[in-house]
Design a protein around this ligand. Structure first.
Ligand SMILES: NC(=O)c1ccc[n+]([C@@H]2O[C@H](COP(=O)([O-])OP(=O)(O)OC[C@H]3O[C@@H](n4cnc5c(N)ncnc54)[C@H](O)[C@@H]3O)[C@@H](O)[C@H]2O)c1
Length: 361
């Protein structure tokens, strides 16, 4: 069954009269397609008539993410799902040779909560640089006409924090480079390599740089969740789980709803190829304390908020300008934080009530 989240995206794109027939019958490979963002993208592509394959080693993604609410899978798993580790070049190359894509969305990587990232920096850097290089090499070898790569706001220099009410960061402020984490470095090197691919081959390359993405299907578990799903889980489980916010709560982020990101991923294939990095952010900062307050309000419960300053909080604050996305892609912030949090909360509540997930994983 079609999800309302993707119906909203497709209705909007249709109403703008974008040429969505471009996707029809296209063979499209999504790396990381069983993950949070990738699985929503898969549904959108299938509904647009594309012939979609997925490569994912299920390190963090899940086959369940590819199932529609009526219990059918969006793609035939026996022929179109490759459970392969992209750190191994032969695996991604074999998936490419079998699926022969006209277009690749490269979303696979090791992305996790800050606790995991800072405790496993060498692993994250090794894996992500291999995943990117192997995917781009396979794109080259198979002469794939187009590929989209996604970078991250974690690639901005650690000293470049925006202040509430300050100027949102623009794409080229990522250099001179000094990301805070190995994750930020690995994703920046991916952007660099994607640009080299555009400059040195006939493959068209699109690059989106995303601020913090949230929405239904984000990871809710205690070990691996990012800030929004983690606080939503705590609010749902309260008082069984204490509502503790990591850090001072003063750190801020720019939160983008996953439906708006899928929208950008579709637009870039039509309008944003070979145009260097295009940032997707809302240009608005929300402190983690404000976020906690909004989640408590959404829960309708009376929950005291505690801050634990001994826990890491990542960058102090940042948000991203989206002028290039608006001018080149016609992209905008379509979903406000209140609405996005409500959708995410309702989804998480149904998952937890139906015991669909292992919260200790
Ligand atoms: N979620 C965010 O806030 C955010 C922000 C900026 C950028 N991004 C980027 O968006 C992309 C998708 O992120 P997501 O949030 O959907 O994360 P995700 O973890 O849900 O998706 C990544 C997928 O890659 C798969 N994967 C990991 N290692 C692999 C390997 N070696 N071989 C094959 N598959 C592998 C995982 O199993 C997972 O399904 C990533 O490139 C990420 O860097 C995400």
């Amino acid at each position: 069954m079609e999800s309302p989240l993707i119906s909203t995206v497709l209705n909007r794109l249709n109403s703008e009269k974008l040429d969505l027939s471009w996707f029809r019958k296209k063979k499209i490979l999504v790396t990381g397609g069983a993950g949070f963002i990738g699985s929503w993208l898969v549904e959108a592509l299938v509904r647009l008539g594309a012939d979609v394959s997925v490569v994912d080693n299920l390190w963090r993604g899940s086959i369940d993410n590819l199932e529609s609410s009526s219990g059918e899978y969006w793609i035939p798993l026996d022929t179109h799902f490759f459970q392969s580790d992209i750190c191994d070049y032969a695996s991604i190359n074999s998936a490419m040779k079998k699926s022969l894509p006209d277009f690749v969305y490269h979303l696979a990587d090791i992305v996790a909560g800050i606790d995991f990232v800072f405790s496993n920096e060498l692993f994250v850097y090794n894996a992500n640089t291999l995943i990117n290089t192997n995917t781009f090499k396979a794109v080259q070898e198979n002469r794939t006409p187009g590929v989209v790569y996604v970078g991250t706001a974690c690639s901005y220099p650690r000293s470049l924090q925006t202040k509430p009410g300050g100027r949102p960061l623009v794409e080229d402020q990522v250099y001179p480079a000094d990301p805070e984490s190995a994750y930020g470095w690995s994703k920046l090197m991916g952007e660099y390599e994607a640009n080299l691919l555009a400059q040195n081959t006939s493959t068209e390359v699109g690059i989106l740089r995303l601020q913090n993405v949230y929405g239904p299907r984000s990871i809710l578990s205690r070990k691996r969740s990012q800030v929004i799903p983690s606080l939503i889980r705590k609010a749902i489980l309260y008082p069984e789980e204490e509502f503790v916010v990591w850090g001072s709560g003063k750190q801020s982020r720019d939160f983008v709803f996953v439906g708006d990101v899928v929208d950008a991923l579709l637009r870039i294939a039509l309008l944003g190829m070979n145009k260097d990095v295009i940032q997707i952010g809302t240009a608005q900062e929300t402190t983690v304390a404000e976020l906690a307050k909004l989640i408590v309000k959404t829960s309708g419960k009376d929950i005291p908020v505690h801050f634990d300053s001994s826990k890491p909080e990542g960058d102090g604050g940042r948000c991203g300008n989206f002028s290039r996305a608006r001018d080149l892609l016609g992209w905008n912030v379509f979903t406000c934080l209140e609405d996005g949090i409500r959708q995410t909360y309702e989804w998480a509540q149904s998952q937890i009530q139906r015991k669909m997930i292992d919260l200790d994983d």
